[in-house]
Write a new protein. Structure first.
Length: 129
């Protein structure tokens, strides 16, 4: 019998809050806006980067949000693994599942290239199909 386990990335396999917040505040700075506290940014996370930027920049128009999204994506792409860490026990769990014959996959709102960069940068790529 084939077995498949699909994991969310952020908040399940890894704690990426600090890097996401830094990139989101970089996007705000690109519009001349003051940064938000980590807890505020974390409350805005969910539904992908475009939705995060909408929530982070309610004072911006559509063109401003487009600039902010581009700034976020460029910055986060270059700094997505600075403070992001794998949660305790995850590597052991992935190893045990793979040893038991499970196929492992990740489902995330992140673009594929960024997901692969993160998984490789955090030493997790080897576990996933």
């Amino acid at each position: 019998m084939d077995r498949l386990a699909i994991f969310d990335l952020d908040g399940t396999l890894v704690d990426s809050r600090a890097d996401i917040a830094r990139a989101a505040n970089h996007a705000r700075a690109a519009l001349g806006l003051a940064p938000h506290a980590l807890d505020t940014v974390v409350a805005f996370v969910g539904d992908g980067a475009a939705r995060l930027i909408e929530r982070m920049t309610p004072e911006a128009d559509a063109a401003g949000r487009a600039r902010a999204l581009a700034a976020f994506e460029e910055f986060y792409g270059a700094h997505c693994c600075v403070d992001t860490v794998v949660y305790p026990g995850i590597v052991a769990l992935l190893a045990a599942l793979q040893a038991a014959g499970w196929t492992l996959a990740v489902a995330t709102n992140k673009p594929d290239a960024m997901t692969r960069t993160m998984l490789a940068g955090l030493g997790l790529a080897r576990w996933f199909a």
